[in-house]
Ligand binder design. Structure first.
Ligand code: HEM
Length: 495
């Protein structure tokens, strides 16, 4: 690759994440950072396939991840785990412990390397934790804990797998293509915990939604341009855009339902989902070892597993349409402390309270923003701060066709959430009931106890807490979000 001349704007040093770029200088942490890292062709997905391997100095991390996948590490909680499988994961974990502490400073120059480092370290950490015997203490060894926390400070992300790790930055093209936008059927994943097609299809369902959602982002941009003018012609154009949005959102719902074609609900629930679990899905505390020697690193408190609730696309549609989610804390779970922008937030010492056991005051959907790439988080903030919000403009203009188009768009988002509820019932509620029905009474009782004592979240993982109550709390939360979506619509005659 030809080197950029030193005065090229992309050759500028990566700005300090806490200070941002100097005044008058564009943020060049990524190609699209000046535009909140939202690409006109791929939306919240990066325009080019993410880096698939870190350079040589960090090869030991990559090798660990290769080995974990190659050895087919099994969940420590697997009921019929064999001695051979236990030995295999034990020897892999011994390799992790023996790994030298690799320096991270040279990663800081590149946002793309940092992203890959977060992906590799967080996946290794989840392999480590979830391959442990179910009663073992969870101590994350320094060779993973220290660099992961270092990288998280730079990225302002929590040290846990996020939606961006498994969806946004976990893809490659199946077949090389010169097309500017990856075709929805030309994607494969880089990292899988189980190596199963079901897992790959689960991530790709979200990736396809992100890519199809690009049209929704374009509609939002065009609408906001028209809102600036807000005359009769603008009202007609916005009406047309909102009808297009209905078609896009209905496509998103179809893509969501299509997850059933490649991902079996029972396989998902019992074999895939447990790998994602965050600290708040467990009664065992996660301890990050090696921090004593690194007082600059703070103990993390945001440790929920990945969730598509971290998809900026759905948040963006809510913000754009003016859907209000004021009291969605029904599902709010563990970690706790009010958010710093980094989300990777910290208590000063090891005597900090066990974060995973403190109830959060921060509403769930708001909390999920801390797990998004920070440029996307800023995009949502920017979108929400528009001086010309759509809903208020529709109310003010009093144009019947526009109001109907707005209501139709809100209704499409409500339908998307209805479909999502069906998917959650199929992939979480039903398998959890089937699992309980076949489990011995003692086991069922234990699960019910765990369920009562904690909440958690995750790409479908939020509900182990909810098993004991038949998923009512999860369903209540999701229905609440859906109902608040409907509430954005105007009653006939306007409101
Ligand atoms: C098999 C597929 C899926 C399952 C089992 C599932 C499960 C869940 C669960 C359990 C929650 C509750 C919060 C949490 O614990 O994370 C949730 C929330 C959410 N999920 Fe999914 N999900 C799936 C696919 C998707 C996809 C593909 C999207 C969109 C890209 C999506 C978007 C959301 C959103 C936006 C929320 C927050 C609630 C809302 O805004 O309606 N989910 N999901």
């Amino acid at each position: 690759m030809a080197l950029l001349p030193p005065n090229h704007f992309l050759a500028l040093p990566r700005p300090d994440v806490f200070v941002g770029p100097p005044q008058g200088v564009v943020d060049t942490t990524t190609l699209a950072a000046h535009d909140f890292d939202v690409d006109t062709r791929t939306g919240f997905m990066p325009p080019d396939p993410p880096i698939a391997r870190l350079p040589l100095p960090w090869e030991p991390w990559e090798q660990l991840l290769d080995e974990a996948q190659f050895r087919r590490l099994q969940l420590g909680s697997k009921i019929d785990i064999t001695d051979e499988e236990k030995a295999r994961s034990e020897s892999w974990r011994a390799c992790v412990i023996q790994l030298p502490l690799l320096p991270t400073a040279d990663l800081f120059q590149s946002e793309l390397l940092l992203r890959r480092a977060h992906h590799v370290l967080a996946c290794n950490m989840h392999f480590y934790i979830h391959s442990l015997p179910p009663t073992a203490e969870i101590r994350i060894p320094p060779p993973i804990a220290v660099p992961l926390l270092d990288v998280c400070v730079q990225l302002q992300l929590p040290p846990v797998i996020t939606y961006s790790d498994v969806v946004l930055y976990n893809w490659a093209l199946k077949v090389p293509s010169a097309e500017p936008t990856p075709a929805l059927d030309n994607l494969r994943c880089l990292t899988l915990f189980t190596g199963m097609r079901d897992e790959e299809e689960f991530y790709l369902a979200s990736a396809r939604i992100e890519l199809r959602g690009v049209d929704a982002l374009e509609i939002m941009r065009a609408t906001m341009d028209e809102l600036f003018i807000s005359d009769a012609l603008a009202a007609r154009r916005i009406t047309r855009y909102l009808h297009s949005l209905v078609r896009v959102v209905d496509d998103l719902a179809r893509l969501l339902l299509a997850v059933r074609d490649g991902c079996d609900p029972d396989v998902f629930y019992h074999e895939i989902r447990p790998w994602f679990n965050g600290a708040d899905s467990s009664s065992r505390k996660w301890t990050f070892d090696g921090l004593d020697a690194h007082p600059e690193l703070a103990l993390p408190t945001e440790l929920s597993g990945p969730s598509a609730a971290q998809s900026s696309l759905v948040h963006a549609m809510d913000v754009f349409l003016g859907v209000n989610h004021p009291a969605d804390s029904a599902l709010s779970s563990s970690p706790t402390t009010p958010q710093t922008p980094s989300g990777s937030h910290v208590e000063p010492s090891t005597s900090a309270p066990d974060a995973a056991h403190v109830q959060s005051e921060v509403p769930f959907l708001a909390r999920m923003r801390a797990y998004m790439p920070r440029h996307h988080r800023n995009f949502l903030r920017h979108l929400g701060a528009t001086p010309r919000p759509l809903r208020a403009a529709v109310a003010r203009m009093g144009d019947v066709a526009l109001t109907e188009a707005y209501n139709a768009a809100v209704d499409a988002l409500r339908r998307f959430r209805d479909v999502h509820l069906r998917i959650v019932a199929l992939y979480i509620i039903s398998p959890s009931h089937r699992g309980l029905a076949s489990a011995p009474a003692a086991q069922a009782e234990a699960v019910a106890k765990v369920c009562e004592s904690q909440t958690n979240s995750g790409m479908g993982s939020s509900t182990s807490l909810l098993l004991g109550t038949g998923g009512t709390r999860l369903v209540k939360f999701l229905k609440g979000v859906r109902d608040r979506t409907s509430e954005a619509a105007f009653e006939s005659g306007g409101r």
